[in-house]
Design a protein around this ligand. Sequence first.
Ligand code: APR
Length: 395
Amino acid sequence: MTQPVQEETCVVVVGAGPAGLTVANLLHGAGIPCVVLERQSRAYAEQRQRAGIVETRAVRMFQDWGLDARVLGGAPSDDVLEVRVDGRHRLLRFGTDDDGPQALLCPQQVLVANLIATFLDGGGDLRFESSEVALDGLTGQRPTVRYRSPDGTMHEIACDFVAGCDGDHGASRAAVPEGELTAYPFDHRISWLTVLAEAPPPPHPLMAISRHGYAGHFARGPLASRFYLQCAPTDQADDWPDDRVWQHLRTRLGEDGLVAGPITEKVVFPLRSVVHEPMRYGRLYLAGDAAHVVSPVGGKGMNLALYDAEVFARAVRDFIADGDESGLNSYSRTCLHRTWNYQEFSRWMTEMLHDAGDDSRTGPFRRKLALARLDRLCRSRASSLAFAELMAGLA
Ligand code: APR
């Protein structure tokens, strides 16, 4: 068997999602060599549709690293969230009081495409269609990462650190021996039908709690919308013909005049969360979905990935610059602190919005609770500030 091509770098980044690409850009900007290995093609990575509010904290992070103009191509985000309960609506404001930059609406595929272009234009080493990624020697001084390039050649890269940014089903966390990490899974017992449609977006991100169940309506560009409908966990997308989708959206959102449009995607998925602790094993540092999955309510998944990426990049930079190991040693603790804060926020919102239909015995009670919570968020300055802080990521 031919020997793999031997290479060296400082950091191997596995995965080119928001976490991996942010790690790569920050390290590259700090002059630290790194190689990014991504399983998919560039075209695939750039068109993968996902949610996208870049919270205020993350906008300021890109600004601190001088990357905001290049990577944040989105329009400023609306700082108002509309929640309807049985047709009554409440507007929740979540902008910060200071003059600093605010959150941005930036679909994830736009952020990913911008991060890829910025990294490659600056001479970064990003290898798409890398298969059979395998990590070794993680607890030693010099781990290695093997992979097969698209032409079939095996490579072995020796490095100082591995950033495991390859999502919940990647190779990085799978390389950690059984028993070293503890998983904290949570099944919300809620499923969503998610619908992408060429239909006008709402004036504000909109969530509705009604006697018929939860529905959401979010902008996906100037002419497209993402809709959500809570559905039975046993439902398949085929159980939801287009007419049924529009009828439920109109009823639950309380909008008889909701404009329909061609539906381009319909998927059912269960809401789930999980955290893996610690987020470090030897010289492997897990970041983003590789370490934790947060339910989509509250829009924190991508923002957590961006946070982990920066904590890691800073830690490596400090270590390389003056041998300061404190950032590397506190990486897991620092990231987990924010992770659990966001898991709590996301679960709180998930609980408020769901299981409040008349098909549930406790639904009517839950709708009354939701109204009380929303009234408190609107009327109490302390409550509204706490909510805005969490939305902005500044808590
Ligand atoms: N080898 C190389 N790359 C891999 C492998 C592997 N074995 N497995 C997965 N990948 C790649 C995926 O193709 C993907 O591009 O790793 C990347 C992981 O990206 P994301 O799943 O987007 O995860 P992350 O960067 O942590 O961002 C998390 O973004 O996707 C949302 O819901 C997610 O909001 C969350 C946030």
